[in-house]
Write a protein that binds this ligand. Structure first.
Ligand code: UT7
Length: 322
């Protein structure tokens, strides 16, 4: 039986930082409101011309270096993104060319904030079925390009960044389980209601912006994440106390705290980056994972619970023996 092991992590944030104080100059908001409602203090924003693939490339190179492999060892690339550089080719293909790797499968996954968990699950299945042995999985976003900077309800929430992992076939576990869900009935509560074949005019005018009914999203997110914690623990016959680290999607500190409470977990064992990164959608979990691995909090053999919720709605979890 082959398992999937994480052998390297990497993260990258663009240089420019936008603080809550900066936002006070742009829309009618306050640092106090943003901090209290979301936990966010600042977020990183790409420079003009800087793309999702630019961020993904830096994160990927750092993950490759930390894994001690060379790009030629990779035989699968999956990029989770909602903000691809182009309509096509996929950002994964653009990245493949940058890394000078040829012929191996490379594709994008679109599951919004749950994208990294979806991509991880897919890569795990490739490895377990012997279709791949060494996968590069990335979550990368330039959400600042689909934010309406005049809308205080959304512009304070999001940021740009990329995180990556290298996965390798292993005789020892590894990724213990993944659980994926979606319910398209909620398509209008969190959406960019424009694209190639629906409202293309908005896209052409540069008005394809995130629209969200925050309060409704919040409630469904807390409930769905609570259920997926139960589902994951039950499937693995584990107790709450068996989890060493919660590595959640970073949308809102209050959602993160609700999941930690469900796990009866002290916040010391929750990796929180939302204060510094904001919501970076598919990038948020691999960025948080990379940070906690690099600063020595997460140690080999510990049990990690990754969970995410986002547009679709989509939600999912991954349980990992690191
Ligand atoms: O990553 C994918 C999933 N996304 C999420 O999980 C996001 C989930 N939702 C949330 O995190 C929260 O709902 C928000 C942070 C977006 C909003 O917090 P809330 O506690 O649900 O606030 P609210 O939307 O109910 O708004 C409360 C008030 C409103 O004013 P009134 O109607 O009470 O007078 C808003 O107009 O806060 C107002 N408001 C603001 N005030 C200052 C909304 N945005 C702002 C702002 N600054 N930036």
């Amino acid at each position: 039986m082959k398992y999937t092991k994480i052998i390297g992590t990497g993260g990258f944030l663009p240089e420019k930082i936008l603080t809550n104080r900066d936002l006070e100059q742009m829309v009618e908001t306050t640092d106090e409101w943003i901090t209290e409602r979301t936990g966010i203090k600042k977020r990183h924003i790409v420079a003009a011309g800087q793309t999702t693939c630019d961020l993904a490339e830096q994160a990927a190179r750092r993950a490759i270096e930390s894994a001690g492999i060379s790009p030629g060892d990779i035989d699968l690339i999956i990029c989770a993104t909602t903000t691809p550089d182009r309509i096509f080719p996929s950002t994964a293909c653009l990245l493949q060319a940058r890394l000078d790797i040829h012929g191996i499968p490379a594709f994008d996954v679109q599951a919004v904030c749950t994208g990294f968990v979806y991509a991880l699950s897919i890569a795990d299945k490739f490895i377990r079925t012997h279709a791949a042995t060494c996968a590069l999985v990335i979550g990368a976003e330039t959400l600042s390009r689909i934010v309406d900077w005049n809308n205080r309800a959304t512009c304070v929430l999001f940021g740009d960044g990329a995180g990556a992992v290298i996965l390798k076939a292993s005789d020892a576990p590894g990724i213990l389980s993944t659980h994926l869900h979606a319910d398209g009935a909620y398509k209008d509560l969190l959406t960019v209601p424009a694209g190639i074949s629906e409202n293309p005019g908005l896209l052409q005018q540069g008005k394809a912006f995130i629209a969200m009914q925050g309060n409704e999203v919040f409630k469904v997110a807390v409930n769905s994440l609570s259920r997926i914690v139960d589902e994951t623990l039950e499937a693995n016959q584990l107790q709450q106390s068996d989890i060493d680290w919660l590595v959640p999607h970073q949308a809102n500190i209050r959602i993160i705290m609700a999941t930690a409470k469900k796990l009866k977990m002290d916040m010391d064992h929750v990796v929180v980056t939302v204060q510094d990164h904001g919501n970076t959608s598919a990038a948020s979990i691999p960025l948080a994972l990379d940070q906690a691995v690099r600063d020595g909090r997460i140690q080999r053999d510990e049990i990690l619970l990754l969970e995410a919720f986002g547009g679709g709605f989509t939600w999912g979890s991954a349980l990992i023996r690191y």
